[in-house]
Design a protein around this ligand. Structure first.
Ligand code: DC
Length: 223
């Protein structure tokens, strides 16, 4: 079977994880949500109250992060504990954005991400997959949508889990703050790779977006 890697980058709430998961299923390859790896580190740092770059770097030496697919879903582990259900809170989102700017954290996850892509055909989503982690990826997609649309989608997702715990305004403010942090950090900032195909999902539903991504992949991979 042909081995290939598909990199999907973009800001939070553009639909990366849902679409990357669907695409992986369609193409029969492994979906890797790299944000979940940063979130796993963030949770661990919150628990230890590691805040400065030095404290975070130091705490990494006592941490092991793994991922495994169980029943078709990606699970993430911090020192052997399955933390998958604990990493989707707003608090962990903000902390993930923060820890992901620490150079030692990025270096810590680089080998894991690359070795997964070497041993499997993957659809990997994140912020720097096409630019840093897999610069040789066969397909690179930069998935985006307006901040308002992304905030609205995130709001609906959060409301489903925790009704009334947030307002659309607070979610939009978080989205803008996270974009700002992710795009302006010094190391591996979120940006479109020169050879990435931009896909804007502002006015497309999930099925339409999936079709757009599928077309890009089919064309690039000659399927
Ligand atoms: O995709 P997400 O919202 O689960 O990502 C959480 C945070 O992790 C996000 O603010 C940026 C960071 N991240 C990153 O810096 N690089 C990646 N490859 C994936 C995520």
């Amino acid at each position: 079977m042909q081995h290939y890697n598909i990199a999907i980058d973009g800001p939070s709430g553009a639909g990366k994880s849902t679409l990357a998961r669907r695409l992986a299923k369609r193409l029969g390859c492994m979906y890797i949500d790299t944000g979940a790896l940063y979130r796993t580190i963030a949770l661990s740092m919150l628990r230890q109250n590691a805040q400065t770059d030095a404290e975070i770097t130091q705490a990494l030496s006592g941490l092991t992060v793994n991922m495994e697919h169980i029943g078709g879903e990606q699970h993430v582990f911090a020192n052997g504990e399955d933390v998958t259900a604990l990493i989707r809170t707003s608090e962990v989102s903000m902390a993930a954005s923060r820890v992901s700017a620490v150079p030692a954290v990025r270096a810590f996850l680089l080998d894991l991400q690359r070795s997964l892509a070497q041993t499997h055909s993957v659809v990997m989503d994140g912020r720097d997959i096409g630019t840093v982690v897999l610069p040789q990826a066969d397909v690179k997609i930069y998935l985006t949508a307006s901040a308002e649309k992304r905030a609205y989608r995130r709001f609906l997702e959060l409301e489903e889990k925790n009704p009334g715990a947030q307002t659309l305004e607070s979610v939009l403010a978080d989205v803008i703050r996270r974009d700002e942090q992710d795009m302006n950090r010094e190391i591996a900032p979120l940006r479109q790779a020169d050879d990435a195909v931009p896909v804007d999902t502002s006015d497309a539903d999930l099925d339409e977006s999936e079709q757009m991504l599928l077309r890009v992949c089919e064309e690039k991979l000659g399927l």
